[in-house]
Design a protein around this ligand. Structure first.
Ligand SMILES: NC(=O)c1ccc[n+]([C@@H]2O[C@H](COP(=O)([O-])OP(=O)(O)OC[C@H]3O[C@@H](n4cnc5c(N)ncnc54)[C@H](OP(=O)(O)O)[C@@H]3O)[C@@H](O)[C@H]2O)c1
Length: 387
């Protein structure tokens, strides 16, 4: 395999960065293909784009297969730009390496290898053995990884990527002293949260939020404000909403809660000492024991969500207790904070239960990676810094 930097491209390859970027954009237009990675493909022949593909959902055609199908015989002798190494194994669909070889594609250009053990390096080897040239555009590796951080987290760390959503007032409060919290943020922020849910494999909360707010935690596509590209790429996924997960050590989730009444799968993590679901009167949910302590343990929950439920991305939408616990355990990969320009007062409820920080050196610190104004609110995306 040949590795090339953008600065070393041959003159006849000068438009390759444009095609690779388009393959990445197609991958990114898919909210989630969980448990699979998000992948885009652009087929080019004699410098002209002849077709495009993207993998819209597990079980749907892979990006390469979709592009090859659209191109037909015109793919022979062409160049395929794929945002991830083509798969080489039989899953719900056939191997893309074989499809590319059978279609007579001459060159496959990728930005990174797939770390999944069933694929890693095998797709490249199969293509090369069949005489297909494989070229790695190394300058696109970071951008390609960012598109699949959840998938990579599951495959490389054995747990999903954890994103935590928080909504707060300017003075860091999440409810008034009487508990009223509807609504802190604008409609645009709440639409954005719908998109976050739809791009997650699971939405996770604590029993405290279930008791206080009785949320359904469902995805409501009509509230999302999807672009035309996103609607096209996600039609299948929106029929397959994220798993809803509650951490509830003593099975206090009310049997009549909206969460259990709404359509879709609910999973409750509890402890071995909790009563049975039957005794608690709980229906329409699966129960799992996580850890051996009196309270549900977070790391075993995440490991179970990755290994048993194949979750790539988790969205934590919980109250101060559980969010504080995730942060103290350093299990948060990204914070998404919606800040409303209002003051709720110092007797309002704090954003997080975090106590006993004694020195500035011990304050959890974050890097701001994006700021965006949404109607009157500000959205911040932050990555935890190691300290
Ligand atoms: N502003 C926002 O973005 C936002 C989002 C969601 C909720 N909220 C607000 O948060 C409030 C509820 O807060 P909350 O703190 O009571 O609810 P929470 O954080 O959602 O749930 C807390 C409960 O989770 C359970 N839990 C299970 N395993 C845990 C673990 N390892 N560590 C910590 N907790 C664990 C605990 O109950 P057991 O010990 O019984 O398991 C705990 O009491 C509501 O007023 C709601 O409106 C705000």
């Amino acid at each position: 395999m040949e590795y090339v930097r953008n600065s070393d491209l041959k003159p006849s390859w000068c438009d390759w960065p444009v095609h690779m970027q388009r393959a990445l954009d197609l991958a990114e237009s898919v909210l989630t293909a969980c448990p699979n990675p998000r992948v885009g493909c652009v087929l080019v022949r004699d410098g002209q784009v002849i077709s495009e593909g993207w993998h819209s959902a597990a079980g749907a055609p892979h990006a390469e297969a979709m592009a090859l199908e659209a191109a037909g015989p015109a793919a022979r002798g062409g160049v395929a730009f794929v945002s991830l190494e083509p798969c080489a194994h039989h899953g719900k669909t056939g191997p893309c390496s074989e499809a590319l070889i059978a279609a007579g594609v001459a060159t496959v250009v990728i930005p990174m290898q797939d770390p999944h053990p069933a694929v890693s390096g095998k797709g490249i080897a199969q293509l090369e053995e069949a005489g297909v040239e494989v070229i790695m555009m190394v300058d696109f590796e970071n951008a390609a990884r960012v598109i699949n951080l959840g998938f990579l987290s599951r495959v490389e760390r054995g747990r999903p990527r954890v994103r935590m959503k928080l909504a707060m007032s300017l003075d860091g409060r999440t409810a008034l002293s009487n508990g009223d919290s509807k609504w802190i943020t604008d409609g645009a922020s709440r639409s954005d949260v719908q998109l976050l849910r739809a791009s997650s494999s699971a939405v996770l909360t604590g029993v405290g939020t279930v008791l206080a707010d009785d949320p359904s935690l469902t995805v409501r596509p009509d509230e999302m404000g999807l672009s035309a590209d996103q609607q096209r790429s996600n039609a299948l996924n929106l029929q397959n909403p994220p798993l809803r997960v509650v951490l509830d050590s003593a099975l206090r989730t009310p049997a009549q809660s909206k969460l259990l009444a709404a359509q879709g799968r609910v999973l409750i993590y509890t402890t071995a000492s909790a009563q049975s679901a039957e005794l608690a009167g709980l229906k329409n949910c699966d129960l799992k024991v996580a850890g051996s302590e009196a309270r549900v343990e977070l790391l075993p929950v995440l490991e179970s969500l990755a290994s048993e439920y194949h979750c790539n991305d988790i969205l934590v939408e919980a109250g101060p207790t559980l969010c504080g616990a995730f942060l103290r355990a350093r299990l948060v990969d990204e914070l998404i904070v919606y800040v409303a320009p209002k003051l709720m007062g110092s007797d309002g409820k704090a954003l997080l239960d975090l106590h006993g920080i004694q020195t500035m050196a011990d304050t959890p610190t974050f890097e701001v990676i994006e700021t965006q104004q949404l109607e009157g609110d500000v959205k911040l995306r932050l990555l935890p810094q190691l300290n």
